[in-house]
Write a protein that binds this ligand. Structure first.
Ligand code: PLP
Length: 458
């Protein structure tokens, strides 16, 4: 054993002082960071003890340390690269927040704030007040309240307004969204009898009319957002349903699902109704998600007539479904972007991706390909793709996109596994048994990680 070499082993503290090393302290749990540095020094010690190394420099240890830190798995919840082309991907965290929204979230999280403190009255305030005005201004509604997510919004709306009664719904709208959110089950919690009318593909206004009886409390319409019935179909419009509800003195409720606030036809071939249009029908209550098309944080927004929103605000269940300060911070900034439509498509990532000129995606695809084509074991072919909106919004609608189809010396399943297990996991799509990297959902600042991944396979 070379004793001089043992003396050359750096102390942990010496390594902690190196900026290239201590920048990792912010990126992973501290204990993992320290133990990785210790293990690196121990590995060198072991080499010396076993005479497996003739010499090394301080820089060698630093470099090994950085390499080890870089390869460490980080937090369990971690950033991934969405190469699937699905813009609002529920499994990948739905909408990305705008930079402005995130700055505000950081500021609110790091500081005390007036969450439930009224600065004018110098006393207790309500968390629900911070965004109500803004939501009303943007949607045209009389009043609003925000809860944890849209599933909670639907639950709370029904429990607060139609318990112990009957609610009429079209069979074409009895939907299940993801895991276990089923409209019929929600109705059960509300102790509300569901009266199903029409058939899966056709429901007429007279079907609703015939179902209205003594115990009917509401007519409900659910935006069929994660599937679409096509072909021989007939659906009653929201306006027709609202008018019928009024004639019969029962409530009208719409679960609008994705919550779109702008006319997307101006920018795309998509025709998604807006929340403003819903309110214009005179509907009593509307619920929608905060993190789908709206492009904010996970939340459920309930809007409508003041007297019913007041009922909802008085319900004790609101406390269990309440929205967090970080969500409110993100939501307030996101909603403010909507005051100016140009801000919406510039600043809100989901909207920017949806409305972006396909030529820009093509440029990104070309640019990534030119960087990847230097590699030998993989070929990248530029192809046209269809990016989907996702998030239960517009299931059959797609936007034009571009991607790279990968030809590899590895099997597709193997390559896909390696992409998933990469330190910055990359989630691609598989098409005709080949990996496709869709550029719609990839930013230029993510190219580096993708390139490094493929370089690592060479
Ligand atoms: C997505 C969706 C929901 C559930 O919303 P969450 O915000 O995920 O709770 C409910 N109804 C409709 C129509 C939806 O599209």
């Amino acid at each position: 054993m070379n004793k001089e070499l043992i003396k050359k082993l750096p102390k942990v503290n010496a390594l902690l002082d190196i900026p290239k090393i201590n920048k990792f302290a912010k990126e992973m749990p501290y204990t993992k960071y320290i133990s990785t540095i210790r293990t690196t020094i121990d590995t060198y010690r072991n080499f010396v003890v076993k005479d497996m190394i003739e010499d090394f420099s301080f820089e060698d240890v630093v470099d090994t340390c950085i390499a080890n830190l870089r390869d460490q798995p980080r937090y369990n919840l971690t950033k991934v690269i969405n190469a699937s082309g699905t813009i609002i991907h529920t499994n990948l965290g739905r909408s990305l927040l705008s930079e402005d929204a995130m700055k505000h979230v950081v500021n609110i999280g790091l500081n005390y704030n007036n969450l439930e403190y009224n600065l004018d009255a110098e006393g207790r305030g309500s968390r629900y007040d911070h965004v109500e005005q803004l939501i009303c201004e943007l949607t045209g509604a009389e009043a609003a309240v925000v809860v944890n997510n849209n599933a909670s919004a639907v639950l709370l709306t029904l429990i607060s307004t139609v318990t112990n009664g009957e609610v009429v719904i079209s069979r074409g709208e009895l939907i299940e969204i993801g895991g276990s959110f089923r409209v019929p089950e929600i109705m059960n919690y509300a102790n509300t009898k569901l009266v199903e009318v029409g058939t899966t593909n056709r429901t007429h206004l007279k079907d609703y009319a015939n179902a209205i009886g003594e115990n009917t409390k509401a007519l409900i319409k659910v935006h069929t957002s994660n599937y679409k019935i096509v072909g021989f179909t007939k659906e009653v419009s929201l306006q027709e349903m609202v008018d019928l509800a009024k004639e019969n003195n029962v409530l009208s409720i719409e679960d609008a699902g994705s919550g779109n606030l702008i006319n997307l036809q101006k920018y795309t071939n998509l025709n998604e109704p807006t929340i403003q249009d819903s309110i214009k029908t005179g509907v009593d209550l509307v619920t929608f998600s905060g993190d789908k098309l709206l492009g904010g944080a996970q939340a459920g927004i309930i809007i409508g007539k003041k007297e019913y929103i007041n009922e909802i605000k008085k319900n004790n269940l609101l406390r269990s479904l309440r929205v967090s300060k970080l969500t409110l911070a993100a939501l307030e900034v996101t909603l403010n972007h909507y005051k100016e439509e140009s801000e919406v498509i510039k600043k809100i990532p989901s909207m920017r991706m949806i409305c972006e000129d396909p030529k820009e995606v093509q440029k990104r695809a070309r640019s990534l390909r030119s960087k990847l084509n230097k590699l030998c074991n993989h070929q990248f072919e530029l192809i046209k793709t269809d990016a989907t909106i996702g998030g239960g919004a517009m299931p059959t609608s797609t936007v034009e996109s571009y991607g790279l189809r990968v030809t590899s010396n590895l099997k597709t399943t193997q390559l896909k596994k390696l992409m998933h297990q990469y330190k910055t996991p990359i989630i691609p799509i598989t098409s005709d048994d080949k990996i496709v990297i869709d550029l719609k959902t990839i930013r230029r600042d993510e190219f580096k990680a993708i390139i490094e991944f493929f370089e690592g396979l060479e």
